[in-house]
Ligand binder design. Sequence first.
Ligand code: NAP
Length: 274
Amino acid sequence: MSQQLSTEAGQNPDRPVTLAGKTALVTGASRGIGRGIALRLAAEGALVAVHYGYDGPAAQDTVDAIVANGGRAFAVGAELDTVDGVEQLADAVRSGLRAHTGEEFLDILVNNAAATGHLPYADTTPDLFDRLFAVNVRAPFFLAQRLLPALRDGGRIINIGSAVTRIALGDELAYTMTKGAMETYTRTLANEVGARRITVNLVAPGPTETDRTRAFLRSSPEMEAMMIKAQALPWIGQPADIADPVAFLASDDGRWITGHVLDASGGTYLGPKL
Ligand code: NAP
């Protein structure tokens, strides 16, 4: 288990919050890492738009957990496979913000939603390749483009990438290419929007325990031991281990960091241990 904040929301009632009065959109916050990020940003005082693709009840569960914790959130659904879906999301976020705050301003955009597809190179179809690039690259590209007018000066764009960009994983090649594209996007967009004091960074998780990955990561004690042996740090990554650096980058403490790829993988595949 994580030795960090083990509660989902990760807040300490005695610590001052860092995002009071801010608004945030977290894509893919119905579950997994996105849910962890939404809970953490809300615990820091942000009003969070909890985006989901297909699982509305799961997104409502994230909203309910935030509200039960004293935070503020609302759910917004949109399929990110199409540009129409991206535009619907941008519109729904703006109207949700207007309903909750009387304004349409966003402070923090977290591009977390992603599709995964594990197939050997020889079996990867053009359809799977196109779908991965549509959800993982085109959607964050156009979502930020559509929301930039609503993003306040001094705002944050935080992309969730993956440590797989520095590892050769043959059966995830198309997926890893989408994450490589997001690193390029992060650096260049940071340069484009910096004059408005908007920062753009990417947080790259390694294997992280979520409902999607648990069956694999915890399939046997041997598998757990193998995953941990491949890392410098000795536990299986948890959503809170990713949400914490995201909250740091979102806070004022992260104001001078932009165009950066932040590896949050517990030191996955750094090299052989002596
Ligand atoms: P996950 O549990 O599979 O959740 C994916 C989220 O994205 C869900 O909220 C899902 O919404 C949404 N989503 C997926 N496809 C969508 C689509 N076509 N349209 C709209 N929404 C869609 O993912 P995760 O494991 O938490 O991963 C989160 C991020 O971390 C991703 O960017 C992933 O690449 C990255 N990452 C994860 C790991 C890991 O080990 N977990 C490692 C490295 C990087 P619905 O459920 O509502 O459909």
